[in-house]
Design a protein around this ligand. Structure first.
Ligand code: MLC
Ligand code: AMP
Length: 496
């Protein structure tokens, strides 16, 4: 396919297709044509609202088919889609709005009044389609001529935090998204008969680009659940033949007796990613169902990098081979020199999947994206003798909880501003459900008695709930090495 424009690549041949694209169980069913029509109305609305090519459309809304139409409309209008986690607090959202300067901000009707003083024009869209966005789009024509965009033009910005604690907008081009989706369709053998059970959020790479783009591009369909709900998953699995999820999806399914071989004997493919899957989960899954989960490795900045093979051996504990067109290089984290095969070092990635850089942060881009095109992932790993990549650790200070990335620095900064706190260190501890959970070690100012519960309460207005420490340890001092650096490994050993 020679499309440059993401929309043409995803949906070009299906604008009048009456086949089903998406079902929200018990609520609605969308054909390809109806999705394209709504995206046309919304794209006309964006133009009427003076959205120009390259302008940002920031969106913090519940998962819905209408939100997918808005994603497509933004692309069609030549603008840049900027999805935001629904859990972010007003304080967190403010940062994104200031940094990205969107022309339009779409949020829930409940939140809309909170944003009446911002620069962007604000519209509302709720999970059931209510809100003034669709009212305004309803009077617009469905016909829309997509604004021309080149393959290197921006299609989306996804924020991802950094070691400084401040989020950076990863700039993804039309080609980044289209090339990766095309590769995955081929690698994972998707075709128009597939039905994907989609229970991921759509404000991240996994749910929006990997899952949704792959379905759009193949003319397949999806069962669109608002969120992961165990009962709904068990109910809907018989109607699907493929599932993509984070490891927590699989551990939760395995913890339920209804999830057995019969329930999923018809399934074609289970994909896992966004966080490491334990070997025991892989093995338990295979024993229970007869299926081996296909694990792959990706990032916001790079889309998908590597994948276990569809037909060959899916190796437990490995994230597979570089996808076609993607190069992996293992380097010495200090010098950047390439290491011999089999040695452990920094995983670097190069290919058409790798982003354009961080939005308005050239100095951060320069630190992580080499001039030769390799992106320094922050993950540590090695390639084995058969070419499989193994992720063995992270150099970046990051907690991955239920597939959400949580950057300790942001939480530490907030804790350190609280009354009576001298300093803090945030780290991940093993959690059977979420893989890792957030823990904090807090040192009080001399003579102050800190109450862990009160500390967490004080963080609630500023931090999304999934970032709140599940455990707080009040301690006398943080363990440090000779250089004065806090030893988080030691904290994990002591309190994990
Ligand atoms: C929810 N909570 C979490 C959490 N999700 N806490 C820590 N980590 C999480 N991931 C908290 C809520 O704040 C709430 O806290 C309580 O748990 C219950 O909320 P919930 O909404 O009922 O949660 P639940 O439905 O159980 O959600 C868990 C989950 C969900 C694992 C199903 O988080 C999820 O869908 N994760 C997927 C994330 C994802 O798509 N990642 C891909 C990133 S892209 P309280 O205090 O209010 O009770 C990427 C690249 C790549 O990484 O390779 O794919
Ligand atoms: P994000 O910044 O949310 O895009 O998260 C990307 C990070 O998730 C990667 O840098 C890895 O640390 C992690 N990740 C993604 N897939 C896997 C996987 N299959 N195994 C281990 N870690 C993973």
């Amino acid at each position: 396919m020679a499309a440059n424009h993401l929309f043409d690549g995803l949906l070009g041949g299906r604008v009048t297709d009456s086949r089903r694209l998406l079902t929200v169980p018990g609520e609605s069913s969308w054909s390809y044509a109806s999705m394209v029509e709504l995206s046309g109305r919304l794209a006309n609305l964006l133009l009427e609202q003076k959205v120009k090519p390259g302008d940002r459309v920031a969106v913090q809304v519940q998962k819905s088919a209408e939100a997918i139409a808005l994603y497509l409309a933004t692309i069609r209008a030549g603008a840049v889609f900027l999805p935001l986690n629904t859990a972010y607090t007003r304080a967190e959202i403010e940062y994104f709005l200031e940094d990205a300067e969107p022309t339009i901000f779409v949020c829930s009707s409940q939140c809309e009044p909170d944003f009446d003083d911002i620069e962007a024009r604000v519209f509302s869209l709720d999970g059931d389609g209510a809100g003034n966005l669709l009212d305004a789009a309803g009077v617009m024509p469905t016909e829309f001529n997509n604004l021309a965009r080149g393959s290197q033009d921006l299609a989306a910005i996804l924020y991802t935090s950094g070691t400084t604690g401040l989020s950076k907008g990863a700039m993804l081009s039309h080609d980044n998204l289209l090339s990766n989706a095309l590769t995955l369709v081929d690698y994972w053998h998707f075709d128009s008969h597939d039905v994907l059970l989609h229970a991921l959020p759509i404000f991240h790479t996994h749910g929006l680009f990997v899952a949704t783009n792959v379905i759009l591009i193949t003319g397949a369909s999806m069962i669109f659940l608002p969120r992961f709900d165990l009962d709904q998953m068990i109910e809907q699995l018989p109607n699907a033949n493929t599932l993509m999820g984070v490891p927590t999806f699989y551990t939760r399914l395995l913890a339920d007796d209804r999830f057995d071989r019969d329930l999923v004997s018809h399934m074609r493919l289970f994909v896992s990613g966004s966080a490491p899957m334990l070997a025991e989960t892989h093995l338990q899954f295979e024993e229970r169902t007869g299926h081996r989960i296909l694990e792959r490795y990706g990032m916001t900045e790079t889309n998908m990098n590597t994948s276990n093979p569809y037909d060959g051996e899916r190796r437990v504990g490995s994230v597979g081979f570089p996808l076609p067109g993607v190069e992996i290089r293992i380097s010495d984290p200090e010098t950047g020199d390439e290491l011999p095969l089999g040695e452990t070092g920094m995983i670097e990635v190069r290919g058409p999947n790798v982003f354009l850089g961080y939005w308005r942060k050239p100095e951060k881009t320069a630190l992580e994206l080499r001039s030769n095109g390799f992106f320094i992932s922050g993950d540590l790993g090695k390639v084995d003798a058969e070419g499989y990549l193994h992720i063995l650790g992270r150099e970046k200070d990051l907690v991955i909880s239920g597939g959400y990335n949580i950057y300790p620095k942001q939480i530490e900064t907030e804790i350190d501003t609280l009354d009576g706190v001298l300093e803090s260190a945030v780290f991940g501890i093993a959690d059977a459900d979420l893989g890792e959970a957030v823990a904090a070690a807090v040192v009080p100012i001399d003579g102050v008695k800190l109450d862990p519960e009160q500390l967490v309460k004080a963080l609630e207005p500023v931090l999304a709930r999934f970032k709140l420490p599940r455990k707080v340890f009040v301690i006398d001092e943080l363990p440090r090495n000779a250089m004065g650096k806090v030893q988080k490994n030691s904290l994990r050993d002591t309190y994990g």
